[in-house]
Design a protein around this ligand. Sequence first.
Ligand code: SAM
Length: 221
Amino acid sequence: MSEAGVWDRLAGRYDSFVRLFDASYDQVRERLARDLPTGGRVLEIAAGTGQFTAALAIEADQLLATDISPEMVGRLRERVREAQLQDVDCAVMSAYDLDAPDETFDGVFCANALHVMDDPARALSEFRRVLRPGGVLVAPTFLHGVDSFRRALSRTLSLVSPFVAHTRFDLASLEESVASAGFEVVVAQRLPGLFPLGYVVAKPLVESQEQAPKKIEEDAP
Ligand SMILES: C[S@@+](CC[C@H](N)C(=O)[O-])C[C@H]1O[C@@H](n2cnc3c(N)ncnc32)[C@H](O)[C@@H]1O
């Protein structure tokens, strides 16, 4: 089944399922307000049913919220309409092939999706392409590879449920993937949860940049 097809089938159950794992979602909502540029154009990738869309809409002048699954986008549109969010467009879009010119967005936000994608490197390279110089990527991602317990839990989940982690990141390998796509990682923090969240903030690397800003790396309380 295609990547979109898998998520189309899950869309109706997603909101109840995500409650098992959303211990750090409120922290992410607070942090994205601090870490994304205020105003400007923001692209949300893999928005799902819109867990973060309202928080992003407050920060952005214009928000384009996208997902590969038409069913997810249907529910996302409903949520945007019900919450009467202003200046938010929704679209079906694959992270591997973003329908946007180079250097279009001031911020790109992708929550809890890099680990479920077949090809996160391709997605990250697209995020890099559409970000303006000086723009910001915020990519909180579930870490299924932090220890042997989580790796075993992740393997079991993929056998008994449709939620499959294609990449079992720990914080270091998540950072490395983001950096390999041409980003400078400026924040990498582990937030608590059944599967911890790797909260990563990164900026497109500028060749002339000689010194990286000091990175904050710590376990958040
Ligand atoms: C675990 S859900 C995350 C949804 C939401 N961001 C959240 O944090 O609750 C993963 C989402 O990624 C989307 N997705 C998977 N592969 C994708 C791709 N290649 N491009 C865009 N979206 C994708 C799925 O349709 C699904 O909505």
